[in-house]
Design a protein. Sequence first.
Length: 309
Amino acid sequence: MKMDRILSITMILLERERVSIGELAEICEVTPRTIQRDLDVINLAGIPIVSYPGVGGGISILKNYKLEKRLFSTADITTLLMSLGSIRSSISGDEVVNALAKVKGVIPEEKRKEIEAKANQLTIDLSSWVGNPSHQEKLNSIQLAINDNLLLHFAYSDRLQQKSKRIIEPYRVILKERYWYVEGYCLDRQSFRVFKLSRMTEINISEEHFEPREFHPGPSLQPHFKDTNTVEVTLRVNERVREQLVDLFGEEQITQESENSWIANISISNDVIGYRYLIGFGLDCECLAPPEVRHNLIDYLSQMQAYYQ
C-alpha cells in the first residue's frame, strides 16, 4: 500500500543519515522506480530530499532542514488511526496492519492513551455482514498492479451482460456503498473507465509496466455511478422501512401519514433493479404512484408467482 510505504520511507530517512534507493526498494519490496516516485511525493509534501552521487552516496533529508521527528500533531495521528482502522475493516493484509503499527510507533508515550482513546471514539466499519472472499483476492491483485504500475488483464461483463477482454492501467480502487470498483485507463477504449469488481473475472497482472498518465479523480466519476433512467415514486411505508429510507434519502423525503405509516417520495431505477429494490421491502411497503410503476410491480410479481407454480 502506497501510504504505508511512504510512511516507512520517511521513518527510515528520519532514523538514518543516508540510504540508497536500491536498499529502500529491497526493504519495501518494490522497484527502484517506484521508490523514486514515492520520494517525489515526499518532496511535494514539504520534506526536502537530497541525493548524493558516487560511492557511499544515497539519499537523505536535507541537513539544514529542521524536522521534528514527531511529524504529526495529536489530531493528525488520531485521524490517521481512524482512517487506517476503517480501511482494515474492508481490506485485510499485512500492509494495513504494518501501517497501523508504524503510526502508533510515532506516538509519544505520554500521549499514547489519550490518542488511542480519541481514535476509538469513532469506528467506521466498511465490511459487509456476509463478506466475499473472492473480492479480497481480486483486490490484492489489483493493489499489487497499482503499486508497481503493471498492466491489468481481465474479462468483463457489463450491465447488459456483454462480455469483453480488457487491458487497463489501474489507478485506484473505489468502495461505493457496498460495491467495489476499479478505475483505470482502458487501452481498448482509449479513455478512463470504471469497472465493477464483481463483473471482473480472469484477472491477471501483466509483467509489462506502464508510465502513469495524468489522472484527476473526483467529480468526473459521478456519471459512472448515477443512473439517469430513474423515476420518482411515492411509497407508503411502516417504521422499519422508514428508518432505512431515512438513512439513504434523508428525513426531508418522508412525512408521517398516521401513527403507523409514512409517505416517502424517492427516486429509483426505472427498471427491474428498481422494482426488486421495492419488492425487497415485502409487505412493509406499498407503491402508490406513479400508476405505471405500480402496474409494472404487479406484473413483475405475477411473473414471479407463475414461475413458482
